[in-house]
Design a protein around this ligand. Structure first.
Ligand code: FAD
Length: 501
């Protein structure tokens, strides 16, 4: 058995996935491996992917990234959640805010007391019990204050918006300073070993051969190694997630920078709005069976904050996942591994978690099948659970104005999601299985934001008197409101942070 360590790692692709992988491996493997990254300037990167979820802070911490420098270099802003407009009924809006909801009271979770009091007409809207959501609504921002005991200021959770091209450039600088060798050129094909079909080299159009033992396919939707060479297969999820195109366009920013992403549902898709320091990123994600590219473009351009700074750029995609994220000696990271659609900004997180999983199951020269299988099992679990959460947004719409939304409301859904919906409907309970990404708080906000009917609440919520619960809810609500008042605006916070060297 060859238990020797591998030596040569080749990363194919220099988009967000490629450079995040390079930065993480060069940091975590302590320079003991040769890491080379091949990218083609001619092909370029997908160039979208500018909103994240709070776990990215952990990634930056492991890499030793200074937040102030990061925000300056990527023209970033802060994100406290996603505001959904027109997703339940036309004209409605709600926010999926990060961080906790309320404060624990006694036997059952906070939201169960809220459900009870709501029925009695004695509760404020759910959002008023979340500091992230109330701060977002007021355009306020500051990071959590861990030095103030029992204050909601401890509960602020946030992520970032950033310019994807600047982020890749920033990570490239960091990776190269930690020993990663970048090779510019277009890969023409890959060569495979006799017998086991492992890839042993990628060959550039120039004729240069780049040999390696572990290949990380970050080549984007094309899946140069995982699909074009190894023909791993792709599981199509378009019957659940029917959007298949996006048009992306930056525009001038006119208003104050909002500390949240906005997702506005249109007739046959939805539009993102991501505020950055130097521009606002926008895109219309839609289903081509229901709307033409020209109509989608007109809708996008009619709903910008300011003047468009470029022509809309068309991106085609197929929602789903690669049947195996790890096949032979190739691990697919980023779009090469699958794509769910950007409504909850989960792709960059999936890059991060795939890298973490690769570290957990890092191979030696045996390339153990059992490790690979476990890696693939965990990847599938993660993708499927995020998929369910995203489908919920579509399934739970009550729009009657378009064939697209009606089709989404009537579609058959995965059994795992149906169970979650049934549990919620019965008693407002949410069962989080293993390490699934979205917590109870995320699910509740979408269920409630999109008017999921519920039959009852947890019977043990009745163990406290109505008066006690009402007092408690009111004290949580008013303390949050007072905290938000003293927070700086998002613009003020960023200006101060970026001025500080
Ligand atoms: P790419 O950026 O496509 O990079 C591929 C790399 O491979 C490039 O460097 C290219 O040059 C190289 N390459 C390809 N072929 C060759 C070859 N033959 N030779 C040499 N090099 C080659 N994610 C989020 O987390 N949040 C979001 O808000 C978000 N929004 C999105 C919106 C849309 C419409 C889409 C489509 C995606 C969005 N994503 C989002 C996903 C996010 O954009 C991607 O996960 C991220 O950019 C990673 O892309 P990538 O690096 O896998 O691929």
């Amino acid at each position: 058995m060859n238990t020797e360590p591998i030596k040569d790692i080749v990363i194919v692709g220099g988009g967000t996935a490629g450079w995040m992988t390079a930065a993480a491996l060069s940091t975590m493997l302590n320079g003991r491996y040769n890491i080379r990254l091949v990218e083609s300037d001619e092909i370029g990167i997908v160039g979208v992917g500018e909103a994240t979820i709070p776990m990215i802070q952990r990634f930056n911490r492991v890499l030793g990234i200074d937040e102030h420098e990061f925000m300056r270099e990527t023209q970033g802003s802060f994100k406290l959640g996603v505001e959904f407009v027109n997703w339940g009924k036309l004209g409605e809006r709600y926010m999926h805010g990060f961080g906790r909801l309320g404060q624990d009271l006694a036997t059952v979770p906070f939201d169960q007391y809220w459900q009870k009091m709501r029925r009695a007409g004695k509760a404020a809207p759910l959002e008023e019990y979340s500091i992230s959501r109330m701060a977002a609504k007021a355009n306020k921002f500051m990071p959590a204050r861990h030095d103030v005991p029992n204050s909601p200021l401890r509960d602020i959770a946030y992520a970032y918006h950033f310019d994807a091209s600047l982020y890749a450039r920033y990570l490239r600088k960091l990776s190269e300073s930690r020993g990663v060798i970048r090779i510019e050129g277009k890969i023409a094909h890959a060569t495979q070993r006799e017998g086991d079909g492992f890839i042993d080299a990628v060959v550039l159009e120039s004729g240069q051969r780049v040999e390696g033992e572990l290949f990380i396919d970050c080549s984007g939707f094309r899946g140069l190694l995982i699909e074009q060479t190894l023909q791993t297969g792709y599981e199509d999820w378009q019957h659940w997630l029917p959007a298949d195109r996006a048009l992306a366009v930056p525009c001038e920013s006119v208003a104050a920078m909002t500390p949240y992403t906005r997702a506005t549902a249109h007739q046959s898709g939805w539009q993102w709005r991501i505020p950055l320091q130097h521009r606002t990123g926008n895109g219309h994600v839609y289903c081509s069976r229901f709307i033409s590219d020209d109509e989608a473009s007109a809708t996008l351009l009619a709903n910008l904050d300011g003047k468009a700074l470029a022509e809309p750029r068309l991106i085609k995609f197929q929602t789903g996942m690669r049947k195996q994220a790890w096949n032979r000696n190739v691990v697919a990271v980023g779009l090469a591994g699958g794509f769910l659609e950007p409504i909850e900004s989960t792709s960059i997180h999936l890059i991060q978690s795939t890298i973490q999983r690769l570290i957990d199951f890092f191979p030696d020269r045996r390339f153990s099948a059992v490790d690979r299988e476990e890696f693939n099992r965990q990847s599938r679990f993660e993708y499927e659970r995020i998929r369910d959460f995203i489908i919920l947004h579509y399934k739970l719409n009550q729009r009657t104005d378009s064939a697209y939304w009606t089709e989404c409301a009537n579609m058959a859904i995965p059994e795992t999601l149906q169970r979650k919906m049934d549990m919620y409907q019965s008693h407002g309970r949410i069962v989080r299985v293993d390490n699934e990404l979205f917590s109870e708080v995320g699910w509740i906000q979408v269920f409630e934001g999109q008017n999921m009917p519920i039959d009852g609440y947890h019977p043990l919520a009745d163990s406290q008197s109505d008066a006690d619960i009402a007092d408690y809810l009111e004290s949580v609500r008013s303390v949050i409101a007072q905290c938000v008042k003293v927070m700086p605006t998002h613009d003020e916070y960023i200006a101060k942070m970026c001025a500080a060297k």
